[in-house]
Design a protein around this ligand. Structure first.
Ligand code: GLC
Length: 566
């Protein structure tokens, strides 16, 4: 078959100066339309051969990030930590884990990224500290009722000698949410026991986090990703409900999740953010009902909140359309902008989700369990998964709003579902005795080279073992290949930056299982799910899969961008 390449080299985008967006240095609202690349530092690049990725490793890859064309980098935690939860157990929020580097390395990274107009966003983990944090150590050494204990959530137990926990609440990470300390009291931890929850009714906790935000902003950090932003405010007044009662409580009433008071915290943070020029940005990780998400994203709050709706949606045109419409409407109502995301360090990589048999919910426990048992079998259609992932990415990048990419997705990288049991690190795996397969499969260190030690990730090993098939997905294997996923991402990001588009989006009529949108300036984006469709008008800018010349038809599981203007 006569095939067009998946791009037309002569359909070059307009020069940067004519793009719709001001240059990175001058745009105060850059976050509205930014492409943000998430780095999970321990698994990105290792400079010293200890098998753990580090900040100098990231620094050495700044040219790669610049070539990719991202607007910002979001770093998952790099703070001192025992790694009980991959760094989300923070010992000291205003320092760097010595295995990952130094504060000088952060400064160097801000500067190096800045030379390419790339901003740095960091993760703030305000719901809990680690149990090694100086505050928690002080709390353990202090008596019940002391000021040191009041920075956390300590309670007496129930039953004879208080030997039973204050409530039977089950942690999503396995086990109970309460842990007993030697003097008999119990403390609350929504996640692992090494992550005691902080008491946000204590003004000292507020003040300390404001100092942390300023500390990083003063070093040149542009914004923050707020970990479990919906959990900070809690109502632990007696009597505590049972786990079963709590499960029936609606948002706003539930003692732990998505309480209205949480927005008072973010209103105060907003005043701090707005003291900076340009204002600091923030995006909340808030797993809440879609209609309650807007409050986190409001102008008087964090400004943006992750929309995980596409991440949990099936590969289906009606589902995608419903999610897109709802999120654009909500963003317009709050004055925020949408945050499109398909993968992150907590979920099964989307190239793999899209290769599961139809109807297997890849993000669910069921999906992960399926992968664990079938991951290596041919039933997982890896090729189809990548094909759909490429199509989905082009669709996301054509939408108004910002897009969050997770390291490795630009390589079409798959989940590693079959890690050896003794290599797994995730507390969700360890605390459930393996019942939950955990999140390690999307955190395996990146392959930079086709062969060699740790596929170029490190001169030593990799802290999670890489499978032999990683080499074929490596950066080296894809460099120079115009049809590679890496080439597609690079081209898509530069085209998006330069095509003239407004904030609006118009749906064009399309048959079932096809989505066709048009942006101002004649930019068309057409995605076929399980169907074929005619090419949209205009010249082809980019296609996620090869197109047949003679037919002007778009095959299934493909996204095409065209430009309909002279
Ligand atoms: C967030 C993080 C996740 C972490 C949890 C507890 O959901 O994304 O990785 O385990 O918070 O901090």
């Amino acid at each position: 078959m006569d095939q067009l390449p998946s791009h037309e080299p002569d359909a070059a985008p307009a020069p940067a100066a004519q793009g719709p967006f001001p240059s990175p240095g001058t745009d105060r609202e850059w976050w509205r339309h930014a492409v943000v690349y998430q780095i999970y530092p321990r698994s990105f690049a290792d400079s010293d051969g200890d098998g753990i990725g580090d900040l100098p490793g990231i620094l050495s890859r700044v040219p790669y990030l610049a070539d990719l064309g991202v607007d910002a980098v979001w770093l998952s935690p790099f703070y001192p930590s025992a790694l009980a939860d991959g760094g989300y157990d923070v010992d000291d929020h205003r320092n760097v884990d010595p295995r990952l580097g130094t504060l000088d390395d952060v400064d160097a990274l801000v500067a190096a990224l800045g030379e390419h107009g790339i901003r740095l966003v960091i993760d703030i983990v305000p719901n809990h500290s680690s149990n090694r944090h100086v505050w928690f150590q002080e709390a353990l050494a202090s008596p019940p009722g002391s000021a040191a204990r009041d920075r956390y959530i300590f309670r007496d137990g129930k039953g004879v000698d208080g030997a039973e926990p204050p409530a039977d609440w089950a942690s999503g990470f396995g086990g109970l949410m309460w842990e007993r300390v030697p003097d008999g009291q119990w403390y609350l931890h929504c996640h692992a026991a090494e992550q005691p929850d902080l008491n946000w009714d204590n003004p000292e906790v507020h003040d300390d986090f404001v100092s942390t935000l300023r500390f990083w902003a003063d070093r040149g950090v542009a914004g923050f990703r707020i970990d479990v932003a919906h959990l900070l405010a809690k109502d632990l007044s007696d009597p505590l409900p049972s786990d079963a009662e709590m499960a029936r409580m609606p948002p706003g009433v539930h003692p732990l999740i998505d309480r209205d008071e949480v927005h008072e915290i973010y209103a105060r943070w907003r005043t701090v953010f707005d003291e900076y020029d340009p204002p600091l940005t923030a995006v909340g990780e808030a797993w809440v009902e879609p209609e309650r998400r807007s409050r986190y994203a409001s102008r008087t709050g964090l400004g943006q909140a992750f929309n995980f709706d596409l991440l949990t949606a099936n590969w289906s045109a009606p589902e995608f359309r419903e999610v897109i419409d709802r999120n654009l409407r909500q963003a317009a109502e709050t004055g925020s902008s949408s945050t499109w995301v398909l993968s992150n360090h907590d979920v099964v990589r989307h190239a793999t989700r899209y290769g599961l048999p139809q109807g297997t919910p890849g993000c669910s426990q069921e999906g992960k369990e399926w992968l664990r048992t079938h991951g290596a079998s041919p039933v997982l259609d890896r090729e189809l998964g990548v094909r759909r992932a490429r199509a989905a990415t082009l669709l996301l990048l054509a939408l108004p709003g910002s897009t969050y990419l997770y390291q490795g997705e630009e390589l079409g990288l798959h989940e590693v579902p079959d890690l050896p049991e003794d290599a797994r690190q995730d507390p969700t795996y360890l605390r459930t005795g393996g019942a939950d397969p955990g999140r390690d499969g999307c955190r395996v260190p990146l392959p930079w080279t086709a062969s060699g030690p740790a596929f170029g990730f490190s001169d030593g090993g990799a802290h999670l073992p890489q499978p032999s098939w990683f080499g074929a997905s490596s950066v080296e294997s894809q460099e120079g290949d115009d049809d590679s996923t890496l080439a597609l991402y690079r081209r898509a990001l530069s085209t998006r930056r330069n095509v003239r588009a407004g904030e609006d989006l118009r749906w064009r009529a399309a048959r079932d299982e096809v989505l066709h949108i048009e942006r101002a300036g004649g930019w068309h984006c057409l995605t076929t799910f399980e169907a074929t469709a005619e090419l949209p008008p205009g010249r082809v800018l980019l296609s996620s899969a090869p197109l047949a010349h003679e037919e002007r038809m778009v095959p299934p599981n493909t996204t095409v961008w065209t430009l309909e203007r002279p």
